[in-house]
Design a protein around this ligand. Sequence first.
Ligand code: CU
Length: 367
Amino acid sequence: MTTLLTLAVLVLVAIAIWQLTKIFELSQLKTEQHQIANDSDNKNNGYMLFAFLVFIYGITIFSFWKYGKFLLPEAGSAHGEEYDSLMLVSMVIIFIVQTITQALLHYFGYKYAGKKGQKALFYADNDRLEFIWTIIPVIVLAGLILWGLYTWTTIMDVNDEDDPIIVELYAQQFNWTARYGGGDNVLGGANVRMIDIDKANVLGLDEADTYAHDDVIVKELHLPVGRKVNFKMRSQDVLHSAYMPHFRAQMNCVPGMITEFSFTPIYTTEEMRMNQDVIDKVKRTNKIRAEKAVSTGEAIDPWEFDYILLCNKICGKSHYNMQMKIIVETEEEYNEWMKGQSTFAETVMKDDTSPAFNTVSSVSIGE
Ligand SMILES: [Cu+2]
């Protein structure tokens, strides 16, 4: 590898020296005539501009066809639709404008290529043209920005209306832990200084705070469909980012402060598995898995779709594996699941050796 890099550096240095001597030659008065572009060179460059335009459009169409299927499926949260519309409209406008201006750029390069004896026209200004190309972007951008600001403030408005469930997402290198407020739906006080590894109080909950006693700590996030969730994020060590792509949600987790995000899941995991895009993705993934199983001779279980919480800040060597499964289910299923969980008082505070978590880590942490 080092040899290859050294060779590459040497080649690049050689090219740089060659180019420098050429510039030096060109800057001399007695330049040879073949170094100056003639009409035929200009014309060829004009054709090449068209060829490049075809290449740009070709690769665009190819990318849509080949990679379009990797986009996220329909949003699984109430605010997701508005977010997606904003994204789609912005992208469509950018796409149309770029397609037209790119074509014009290349066409003008061809049409007004240098010709012997032809001089460029000095054209100082045209008020009407200036007005048109100023006012159109102003109107379009103002519209997009206002719509964007409106969407942003609606999504980011975390409030206690509609009786939301309060859930803490706790980030640490390299896993997530979730905590529910329990019966009173209020999270007990916690601080990293109160972390007690011997007692498995890994979230640093305040034992003296009665609100903490019924808190439920889990390693798999369950959410009832149609009920608003207010997330409160904490980080133990470095910057992390709670990213839930299917819900169009992301919020940084910052050590020393609590950040918030709120959304309402609208489809259960089961319903999302019925989505055509998800079915196709599962099929494609399992095909790759099956091929891999044949080539390696190892049995690989087929993959099933699940909502997921990922970390979206490069927070260390196992960042890629920092994830937690999210299960959206009906209210009854959620209540049933919640009944089976033990509280902070029943686990850590009893001072026994049982683990603080209800569900043993479902995430394997790679090296
Ligand atoms: Cu992280």
